[in-house]
Design a protein around this ligand. Sequence first.
Ligand SMILES: C[S@@+](CC[C@H](N)C(=O)[O-])C[C@H]1O[C@@H](n2cnc3c(N)ncnc32)[C@H](O)[C@@H]1O
Length: 277
Amino acid sequence: MPSIDDNIEKWNDDYDWQLGGDAWSRPWGGAESQWYGCIFPRIHRYLPAAAVLEIAPGFGRWTAFLLDHCETLTAVDVAPKCIEGCRQRFAGYPQARFETNDGRSLPMVDDDSIDFAFSFDSLVHVESDALAGYLSELARTLKPDGVAFIHHSNYGSYRRSANALAPLQTTLDRLPTVARAGLLRMGLYRGAHWRASSVSAPGFAELSEAADLTCVAQELVNWEGGVVLLDAMSVVTRPGSRWDHPARVVKNRLFRLEARSIRKSGTAYSRPQPMTP
Ligand SMILES: C[S@@+](CC[C@H](N)C(=O)[O-])C[C@H]1O[C@@H](n2cnc3c(N)ncnc32)[C@H](O)[C@@H]1O
């Protein structure tokens, strides 16, 4: 159960940001391939957007691309080291501002001011209490036609089987990688990329409704491959907005295969890894 303090410790103190997070894009062949092959096709309808909010940018792996599609960008992160890294990396972009926050609220963002809010590969580590905070802040800060694309954990959907094996986890942690991968695919191993165990896709949709937002789309994906739909990407908007429609939920177990395909074609066309000095 990563807490906000655990996240600050991990990302501010422990993680080596030398590659700016680009190493996580390896399965897609690089950050550029992942953006154009995986992320942009999912959010292209919402861009360009005048005012963009990014929650938890790290060292700006996606900020670099979002900046091409907006007039102003505000990014908030709990880790001062990340905010400092972004300020240095994007010093030439006066339309971008970077602020630390408390991991759940957005006091630096005005009411009704955001056209598009985005978070990818970050809030998967954030439990439901903090997500509830962000959703209520999005209800306040999104414009009437604003929309948010949030990548979060779906590990909570497997909590019962994971909890049953919780006492065994330390032993399982010592198993060879291949054995752990097998258990993970069956949903029986909880060393699952440090995902938040209190969050599931249906739970996220409920939190959205409770915050007076509508969750219009959810894609559940197998981040690791196999059958376990460890993560989800959800689109939320204000009720009655131009993006409001009956909810669509897709279970996509081809997500990891998609990454392989993107990596393959990206070899011919995209900037190779690593891209950040
Ligand atoms: C795995 S890194 C990913 C960063 C970036 N999204 C990327 O894909 O390169 C996770 C980031 O989320 C930030 N973070 C974790 N929990 C957060 C929270 N509750 N609110 C804001 N930022 C958070 C961390 O400080 C870190 O920068």
